[in-house]
Ligand binder design. Sequence first.
Ligand SMILES: Cc1cc2nc3c(=O)[nH]c(=O)nc-3n(C[C@H](O)[C@H](O)[C@H](O)COP(=O)(O)O)c2cc1C
Length: 311
Amino acid sequence: MIWDELKRPFLILAPMEGVTDVIFRQVVAKAGRPDLFFTEFTNVSSYASEKGRANALERLEIAPSDAPIIAQIWGKEPAHFAETVKALKSLGFAGVDLNFGCPDKNVNKTGGGAAMIKTPELAVECFRNACKNTDLPVSVKTRLGWSQIDEYKEWLPVLLNEHPAALTVHLRTKKEMSKVPAHYELIPEIIKLRDELSPKTKLIINGDIKDKEHALELYKKYPEVDGFMIGRGVFQNPYCFTGYIPTKGELMDLLFLHLDLYEEYSKTHKVSFEPLKHFFKIYINGFPGASDLRARLMDTHSIKEARDVLR
Ligand SMILES: Cc1cc2nc3c(=O)[nH]c(=O)nc-3n(C[C@H](O)[C@H](O)[C@H](O)COP(=O)(O)O)c2cc1C
Protein backbone atom coordinates (compact mmCIF):
# COMPACT_ATOMS: atom_id res chain seq x y z
CA MET A 1 0.00 0.00 0.00
CA ILE A 2 1.57 3.21 -1.20
CA TRP A 3 0.86 5.23 1.93
CA ASP A 4 2.81 2.74 4.07
CA GLU A 5 5.73 2.75 1.67
CA LEU A 6 6.43 6.48 1.88
CA LYS A 7 9.19 7.55 4.22
CA ARG A 8 8.15 10.22 6.71
CA PRO A 9 7.99 13.10 6.32
CA PHE A 10 6.93 12.70 2.71
CA LEU A 11 6.33 15.55 0.28
CA ILE A 12 3.47 15.74 -2.20
CA LEU A 13 2.79 18.06 -5.13
CA ALA A 14 -0.72 19.41 -4.52
CA PRO A 15 -3.37 18.73 -7.13
CA MET A 16 -3.88 21.97 -9.06
CA GLU A 17 -6.46 22.19 -11.81
CA GLY A 18 -4.96 23.62 -15.00
CA VAL A 19 -1.44 23.34 -13.58
CA THR A 20 -0.40 19.85 -12.46
CA ASP A 21 -1.28 18.16 -15.72
CA VAL A 22 0.71 15.32 -17.23
CA ILE A 23 3.07 17.81 -18.88
CA PHE A 24 3.91 19.98 -15.88
CA ARG A 25 4.32 16.92 -13.66
CA GLN A 26 7.08 15.72 -15.99
CA VAL A 27 8.80 19.10 -15.67
CA VAL A 28 8.63 18.89 -11.87
CA ALA A 29 9.93 15.32 -12.02
CA LYS A 30 12.91 16.57 -14.01
CA ALA A 31 13.61 19.37 -11.50
CA GLY A 32 13.24 17.05 -8.52
CA ARG A 33 10.17 14.97 -7.88
CA PRO A 34 8.07 14.94 -4.75
CA ASP A 35 7.56 11.58 -3.03
CA LEU A 36 4.06 11.48 -4.46
CA PHE A 37 2.13 13.16 -7.27
CA PHE A 38 -1.61 13.83 -7.41
CA THR A 39 -3.50 14.45 -10.65
CA GLU A 40 -5.70 17.51 -11.11
CA PHE A 41 -9.22 16.64 -10.03
CA THR A 42 -11.45 14.70 -12.41
CA ASN A 43 -15.22 14.78 -12.24
CA VAL A 44 -16.77 11.36 -11.59
CA SER A 45 -19.97 12.28 -13.41
CA SER A 46 -17.95 13.11 -16.52
CA TYR A 47 -16.28 9.74 -16.31
CA ALA A 48 -19.65 8.06 -15.82
CA SER A 49 -21.21 9.73 -18.87
CA GLU A 50 -20.76 8.64 -22.44
CA LYS A 51 -20.02 12.19 -23.54
CA GLY A 52 -17.56 13.03 -20.80
CA ARG A 53 -15.56 9.84 -20.50
CA ALA A 54 -12.93 10.56 -23.15
CA ASN A 55 -12.16 13.91 -21.53
CA ALA A 56 -12.04 12.37 -18.06
CA LEU A 57 -9.63 9.71 -19.29
CA GLU A 58 -7.46 12.37 -20.87
CA ARG A 59 -7.17 14.11 -17.49
CA LEU A 60 -6.16 10.80 -15.98
CA GLU A 61 -3.29 10.16 -18.40
CA ILE A 62 0.01 9.60 -16.65
CA ALA A 63 3.65 9.52 -17.68
CA PRO A 64 6.25 6.98 -16.53
CA SER A 65 7.92 9.62 -14.34
CA ASP A 66 4.64 10.18 -12.45
CA ALA A 67 4.70 6.93 -10.50
CA PRO A 68 3.70 6.74 -7.73
CA ILE A 69 0.67 8.91 -8.38
CA ILE A 70 -2.78 9.30 -6.86
CA ALA A 71 -5.88 10.07 -8.95
CA GLN A 72 -7.95 12.83 -7.45
CA ILE A 73 -11.68 12.76 -8.18
CA TRP A 74 -14.68 14.88 -7.26
CA GLY A 75 -18.44 14.85 -7.65
CA LYS A 76 -21.50 14.20 -5.57
CA GLU A 77 -23.08 11.06 -7.04
CA PRO A 78 -22.10 8.02 -5.01
CA ALA A 79 -22.77 5.69 -7.97
CA HIS A 80 -20.42 7.74 -10.16
CA PHE A 81 -17.66 7.50 -7.56
CA ALA A 82 -18.14 3.74 -7.65
CA GLU A 83 -17.92 3.59 -11.42
CA THR A 84 -14.86 5.83 -11.67
CA VAL A 85 -12.72 4.17 -9.01
CA LYS A 86 -13.14 0.80 -10.72
CA ALA A 87 -11.03 2.05 -13.63
CA LEU A 88 -8.17 3.63 -11.70
CA LYS A 89 -6.01 0.66 -10.82
CA SER A 90 -5.65 -0.51 -14.40
CA LEU A 91 -4.79 3.06 -15.41
CA GLY A 92 -1.70 2.83 -13.20
CA PHE A 93 -2.71 4.73 -10.08
CA ALA A 94 -1.44 3.86 -6.62
CA GLY A 95 -4.47 5.32 -4.87
CA VAL A 96 -7.53 7.50 -5.17
CA ASP A 97 -8.19 10.76 -3.40
CA LEU A 98 -11.61 12.33 -2.93
CA ASN A 99 -11.75 16.11 -3.21
CA PHE A 100 -13.95 17.47 -0.43
CA GLY A 101 -12.29 20.89 -0.35
CA CYS A 102 -12.50 22.72 -3.68
CA PRO A 103 -13.96 26.23 -3.15
CA ASP A 104 -14.80 26.89 -6.81
CA LYS A 105 -18.35 28.30 -7.17
CA ASN A 106 -19.23 26.11 -10.12
CA VAL A 107 -18.02 22.98 -8.34
CA ASN A 108 -19.81 23.89 -5.10
CA LYS A 109 -23.06 24.69 -6.96
CA THR A 110 -23.22 21.06 -8.02
CA GLY A 111 -22.71 19.91 -4.42
CA GLY A 112 -19.10 18.81 -4.99
CA GLY A 113 -15.73 19.85 -3.51
CA ALA A 114 -16.01 21.87 -0.29
CA ALA A 115 -19.83 21.72 -0.49
CA MET A 116 -19.44 18.16 0.81
CA ILE A 117 -18.58 19.70 4.19
CA LYS A 118 -22.24 20.76 4.37
CA THR A 119 -23.54 17.29 3.45
CA PRO A 120 -21.45 14.96 5.60
CA GLU A 121 -23.77 11.98 5.13
CA LEU A 122 -23.40 12.25 1.38
CA ALA A 123 -19.63 12.61 1.75
CA VAL A 124 -19.53 9.40 3.77
CA GLU A 125 -21.69 7.61 1.20
CA CYS A 126 -19.35 8.68 -1.61
CA PHE A 127 -16.33 7.61 0.42
CA ARG A 128 -17.83 4.20 1.21
CA ASN A 129 -18.83 3.68 -2.39
CA ALA A 130 -15.29 4.42 -3.48
CA CYS A 131 -13.84 1.98 -0.92
CA LYS A 132 -16.25 -0.79 -1.89
CA ASN A 133 -15.35 -0.61 -5.53
CA THR A 134 -11.57 -0.62 -5.54
CA ASP A 135 -8.79 -2.22 -3.59
CA LEU A 136 -6.71 0.94 -4.02
CA PRO A 137 -6.29 2.98 -0.84
CA VAL A 138 -8.83 5.81 -0.63
CA SER A 139 -7.79 9.16 0.86
CA VAL A 140 -9.51 12.51 1.31
CA LYS A 141 -8.37 16.10 0.84
CA THR A 142 -10.42 18.77 2.55
CA ARG A 143 -10.51 22.08 4.38
CA LEU A 144 -11.20 22.99 8.01
CA GLY A 145 -14.81 23.86 7.33
CA TRP A 146 -17.15 25.78 5.09
CA SER A 147 -17.30 29.18 6.82
CA GLN A 148 -16.13 28.74 10.42
CA ILE A 149 -12.74 27.43 11.49
CA ASP A 150 -14.29 25.53 14.39
CA GLU A 151 -16.23 23.32 12.01
CA TYR A 152 -13.15 21.10 11.84
CA LYS A 153 -14.07 19.72 15.26
CA GLU A 154 -17.12 18.01 13.76
CA TRP A 155 -16.13 17.62 10.14
CA LEU A 156 -12.73 15.95 10.51
CA PRO A 157 -14.13 13.29 12.90
CA VAL A 158 -16.79 12.44 10.29
CA LEU A 159 -13.96 11.65 7.88
CA LEU A 160 -11.61 10.03 10.38
CA ASN A 161 -14.35 7.68 11.54
CA GLU A 162 -14.30 6.25 8.01
CA HIS A 163 -10.57 5.50 8.38
CA PRO A 164 -9.26 6.96 5.14
CA ALA A 165 -5.77 5.81 4.16
CA ALA A 166 -4.68 9.44 4.31
CA LEU A 167 -6.26 12.76 5.15
CA THR A 168 -4.92 16.01 3.72
CA VAL A 169 -6.09 19.09 5.57
CA HIS A 170 -5.75 22.42 3.82
CA LEU A 171 -5.67 24.59 6.93
CA ARG A 172 -8.30 27.11 5.88
CA THR A 173 -12.07 27.22 5.50
CA LYS A 174 -13.71 27.34 2.09
CA LYS A 175 -14.76 30.93 2.86
CA GLU A 176 -11.17 31.92 3.53
CA MET A 177 -10.15 30.64 0.06
CA SER A 178 -6.38 31.28 0.13
CA LYS A 179 -6.69 34.82 1.45
CA VAL A 180 -5.53 34.35 5.04
CA PRO A 181 -2.48 32.55 6.38
CA ALA A 182 -2.94 28.80 6.92
CA HIS A 183 -3.94 27.99 10.51
CA TYR A 184 -0.83 26.09 11.59
CA GLU A 185 -1.84 26.67 15.22
CA LEU A 186 -4.51 23.99 14.78
CA ILE A 187 -2.08 21.24 13.80
CA PRO A 188 -1.77 19.85 17.37
CA GLU A 189 -5.58 19.59 17.66
CA ILE A 190 -5.82 17.84 14.32
CA ILE A 191 -3.07 15.41 15.28
CA LYS A 192 -5.03 14.64 18.44
CA LEU A 193 -8.17 13.87 16.46
CA ARG A 194 -6.27 11.62 14.08
CA ASP A 195 -4.54 9.78 16.94
CA GLU A 196 -7.80 9.24 18.80
CA LEU A 197 -10.08 8.29 15.93
CA SER A 198 -7.94 6.74 13.23
CA PRO A 199 -4.29 6.34 14.19
CA LYS A 200 -3.43 4.53 10.97
CA THR A 201 -4.61 7.40 8.77
CA LYS A 202 -1.64 9.33 7.38
CA LEU A 203 -2.01 13.00 8.21
CA ILE A 204 -0.91 15.46 5.55
CA ILE A 205 -0.78 19.18 6.16
CA ASN A 206 -1.31 21.68 3.36
CA GLY A 207 -1.34 25.46 3.05
CA ASP A 208 1.41 28.03 2.42
CA ILE A 209 4.25 25.50 2.62
CA LYS A 210 6.96 26.95 0.41
CA ASP A 211 9.48 24.20 -0.04
CA LYS A 212 11.24 21.20 1.45
CA GLU A 213 13.05 23.30 4.03
CA HIS A 214 9.77 24.80 5.24
CA ALA A 215 8.17 21.35 5.42
CA LEU A 216 11.10 20.06 7.49
CA GLU A 217 10.75 23.02 9.84
CA LEU A 218 7.09 22.16 10.37
CA TYR A 219 7.96 18.49 10.81
CA LYS A 220 10.42 19.36 13.54
CA LYS A 221 7.66 21.18 15.35
CA TYR A 222 4.96 18.58 14.62
CA PRO A 223 6.69 15.20 14.20
CA GLU A 224 3.36 13.36 14.32
CA VAL A 225 2.44 14.76 10.91
CA ASP A 226 3.22 12.20 8.20
CA GLY A 227 3.50 14.34 5.11
CA PHE A 228 3.35 17.84 3.68
CA MET A 229 1.68 18.98 0.49
CA ILE A 230 3.07 21.88 -1.52
CA GLY A 231 0.95 23.71 -4.08
CA ARG A 232 1.82 27.26 -5.06
CA GLY A 233 5.36 26.86 -3.73
CA VAL A 234 6.18 25.12 -6.99
CA PHE A 235 5.44 28.40 -8.82
CA GLN A 236 8.17 30.11 -6.80
CA ASN A 237 10.62 27.31 -7.36
CA PRO A 238 9.98 24.19 -9.46
CA TYR A 239 12.88 22.62 -7.51
CA CYS A 240 11.00 23.17 -4.23
CA PHE A 241 10.98 19.45 -3.40
CA THR A 242 14.77 19.27 -3.40
CA GLY A 243 15.84 22.44 -1.60
CA TYR A 244 17.88 23.44 -4.64
CA ILE A 245 17.90 27.03 -5.90
CA PRO A 246 18.15 26.86 -9.70
CA THR A 247 20.14 29.19 -11.91
CA LYS A 248 18.48 31.25 -14.61
CA GLY A 249 19.89 28.80 -17.19
CA GLU A 250 18.38 25.81 -15.41
CA LEU A 251 14.98 27.51 -15.31
CA MET A 252 15.26 28.26 -19.03
CA ASP A 253 16.09 24.61 -19.66
CA LEU A 254 12.94 23.62 -17.77
CA LEU A 255 10.88 26.00 -19.88
CA PHE A 256 12.34 24.51 -23.08
CA LEU A 257 11.48 21.06 -21.70
CA HIS A 258 7.92 22.24 -20.96
CA LEU A 259 7.60 23.52 -24.54
CA ASP A 260 9.01 20.27 -25.98
CA LEU A 261 6.62 18.13 -23.91
CA TYR A 262 3.70 20.34 -24.85
CA GLU A 263 4.59 20.11 -28.54
CA GLU A 264 4.79 16.33 -28.36
CA TYR A 265 1.49 16.14 -26.49
CA SER A 266 -0.23 18.44 -29.01
CA LYS A 267 0.49 15.92 -31.79
CA THR A 268 -2.05 13.54 -30.28
CA HIS A 269 -4.31 15.81 -28.20
CA LYS A 270 -6.43 18.84 -28.90
CA VAL A 271 -4.81 21.67 -26.96
CA SER A 272 -4.58 25.42 -27.23
CA PHE A 273 -1.49 27.55 -26.80
CA GLU A 274 -2.98 30.27 -24.57
CA PRO A 275 -3.14 28.29 -21.26
CA LEU A 276 0.55 27.49 -21.66
CA LYS A 277 1.31 31.17 -21.03
CA HIS A 278 0.28 30.81 -17.37
CA PHE A 279 3.43 28.80 -16.84
CA PHE A 280 5.91 31.31 -18.22
CA LYS A 281 6.23 33.28 -15.00
CA ILE A 282 7.40 30.16 -13.17
CA TYR A 283 10.51 30.00 -15.30
CA ILE A 284 11.05 33.61 -16.29
CA ASN A 285 11.28 35.28 -12.94
CA GLY A 286 13.68 37.00 -10.59
CA PHE A 287 16.48 38.09 -12.93
CA PRO A 288 17.20 41.41 -14.66
CA GLY A 289 15.07 41.68 -17.78
CA ALA A 290 12.67 38.90 -16.72
CA SER A 291 9.53 40.99 -16.90
CA ASP A 292 10.41 42.33 -20.40
CA LEU A 293 11.11 38.83 -21.62
CA ARG A 294 7.84 37.60 -20.11
CA ALA A 295 5.93 40.39 -21.79
CA ARG A 296 7.40 39.38 -25.15
CA LEU A 297 6.52 35.76 -24.51
CA MET A 298 2.95 36.72 -23.68
CA ASP A 299 2.67 38.16 -27.20
CA THR A 300 3.56 34.88 -28.87
CA HIS A 301 1.01 32.60 -30.50
CA SER A 302 2.82 29.33 -31.01
CA ILE A 303 5.56 27.13 -29.62
CA LYS A 304 7.81 28.17 -32.48
CA GLU A 305 7.35 31.88 -31.71
CA ALA A 306 7.98 31.26 -28.00
CA ARG A 307 11.17 29.36 -28.76
CA ASP A 308 12.35 32.11 -31.12
CA VAL A 309 11.83 34.77 -28.44
CA LEU A 310 13.67 32.68 -25.86
CA ARG A 311 16.62 32.08 -28.14
C1 LIG B 1 -4.58 26.90 -9.66
C2 LIG B 1 -5.01 25.99 -8.53
C3 LIG B 1 -5.75 24.86 -8.83
C4 LIG B 1 -6.16 23.99 -7.79
N1 LIG B 1 -6.81 22.82 -8.11
C5 LIG B 1 -7.06 21.90 -7.13
C6 LIG B 1 -7.57 20.60 -7.44
O1 LIG B 1 -7.80 20.23 -8.61
N2 LIG B 1 -7.79 19.75 -6.39
C7 LIG B 1 -7.53 20.10 -5.08
O2 LIG B 1 -7.73 19.30 -4.17
N3 LIG B 1 -7.04 21.31 -4.78
C8 LIG B 1 -6.77 22.20 -5.76
N4 LIG B 1 -6.18 23.39 -5.43
C9 LIG B 1 -5.77 23.66 -4.04
C10 LIG B 1 -4.35 23.17 -3.79
O3 LIG B 1 -4.25 21.77 -3.94
C11 LIG B 1 -3.91 23.53 -2.35
O4 LIG B 1 -4.79 22.94 -1.44
C12 LIG B 1 -3.89 25.04 -2.13
O5 LIG B 1 -3.27 25.73 -3.19
C13 LIG B 1 -3.17 25.38 -0.82
O6 LIG B 1 -1.85 24.93 -0.85
P1 LIG B 1 -0.61 25.95 -1.14
O7 LIG B 1 -0.75 27.07 -0.17
O8 LIG B 1 0.60 25.10 -0.95
O9 LIG B 1 -0.79 26.42 -2.56
C14 LIG B 1 -5.80 24.27 -6.44
C15 LIG B 1 -5.07 25.43 -6.17
C16 LIG B 1 -4.65 26.27 -7.18
C17 LIG B 1 -3.81 27.50 -6.85
